[in-house]
Ligand binder design. Structure first.
Ligand code: 572
Ligand code: ZN
Length: 362
């Protein structure tokens, strides 16, 4: 490892303050030993870490499906940092570089990895997915080739937001959103909003977005949605008609970001024959959907699992100004205030969309 770690900017501490999930509903600040970068890794002074719905879910329930928090786990997977030191063999980064951190590091050896679909790797180690620690800490080590150098005009907050934005990029690619697409986005939470932004940047001429929450729809409109529809019914056929009337046609592609059964039904009924529905939001593991309607109208239903090879695209979109993710951030906290930050993300009070935690010394 290259030494000469601390600059005037970084007064290196003796221990590493981490935000650790100890049990169901039990998030605590804990001092842990400073990590050392292994060969191929970098040591980072963490900067911005966004709270994702999955972080809140682990906090509240201690599990997502079969992924159970059995040992204390550091939270956080939407993050950026500054390189303090590089491990042996690292050539793509140097001390002082500002980076966005792609949180999932795959095995690199299996067929999925070798064919570019590394998000499907069975040996993926993903931050803050048990048993892997996340990056909501003062210091953190990560594979250097899963860190992306930020240009000067991209902030640490934007670097952290490349993570959810990459979900939007992957979703739009899976949907085939292209120049002139008319796109329906179901759900105006953080993922619905990044899907809307990415669809527009991909050339969509119209993006219509739905939600039960009027405030979220107004945020979506301010960020560029061309139409909004307030969800007032659980009847998918009724809502699909409303969407068609508002848009003036049936959407070519639908990005379903809520995971709610009635919304998935709406997505299928609303999408034009021959179109595509991508399921992004995850809810109940089994839901009742109008599969025959989808089948006889050749509406393709596709899933996504995180993303692969999307960080460079997401970074280009932000750096070039094609996408502005900054309005997603509604609340800011210091690392020491992690519990307050999580409570805010959970409650959604005060119009919370993306809650950001700042990990540098205050
Ligand atoms: O930002 C990536 C991301 N992925 C999520 C959720 C939140 N953020 N996923 C939903 C949960 N799954 S999972 O397979 N799992 C807990 C590993 O149920 C991963 C993708
Ligand atoms: Zn996430």
């Amino acid at each position: 490892m290259q030494r000469s770690m601390a600059t005037t900017k970084d007064k290196m501490e003796k221990t590493n303050l981490c935000s650790v999930l100890k049990g169901v509903g039990d998030l605590q600040m804990e001092e842990r030993p400073l990590p050392t970068p292994k060969p191929g890794e970098v040591l980072l002074a963490m900067q911005s870490v966004g709270i994702c719905g999955s972080d809140v879910h682990y906090w509240v329930h201690g599990r997502i499906g079969d992924f159970i928090v059995r040992e204390p786990m550091v939270m956080g997977h939407e993050s950026s940092g500054r390189v303090l030191a590089v491990g042996d063999g690292v050539t793509n980064l140097k001390q002082g570089d500002r980076v966005a951190i792609e949180p999932g590091v795959p095995c690199r050896l299996c067929t999925f990895c070798k064919t570019g679909r590394y998000n499907l790797c069975l040996d993926m180690r993903f931050c803050a997915t048990p048993p892997v620690d996340g990056s909501l800490a003062r210091y953190y080590t990560h594979a250097a080739d899963f860190c992306y150098k930020l240009p000067d005009n991209v902030s640490y907050d934007e670097g952290a937001l490349l993570e959810p934005l990459s979900v939007g990029v992957h979703a739009c690619q899976r949907a085939g959103v292209r120049l002139g697409s008319r796109v329906l986005v179901c759900g105006a939470g953080p993922i619905g909003l990044v899907c809307m932004l990415t669809a527009k940047a991909s050339g969509a001429s119209e993006v219509i977005i739905t939600d039960i929450d009027e405030h979220r729809l107004s945020v979506a409109k301010a960020m560029g949605a061309t139409h909004t529809v307030k969800v007032n019914t659980k009847d998918g056929r009724v809502l699909a008609n409303e969407i068609r009337t508002t848009l003036g046609c049936s959407p070519d592609q639908t990005l379903e970001c809520s995971g709610v059964e009635s919304s998935i039904a709406t997505a299928i009924y609303a999408t034009k024959s021959g179109g595509v529905v991508v399921l992004i939001g995850l809810g109940a593991p089994e839901v009742k959907i109008p599969i025959v309607d989808a089948s006889v109208r050749e509406v393709d239903i596709r899933g996504i699992f995180r993303y692969a090879n999307c960080y460079p695209t997401a970074l280009e979109m932000v750096a070039s100004g094609q996408v502005n993710v900054k309005p997603l951030i509604t609340h800011n906290y210091q690392l020491e205030q992690s519990v307050d930050a999580f409570a805010r993300a959970k409650s959604g009070e005060g119009g919370a969309i993306k809650v950001m935690i700042h990990c540098g010394q205050a």
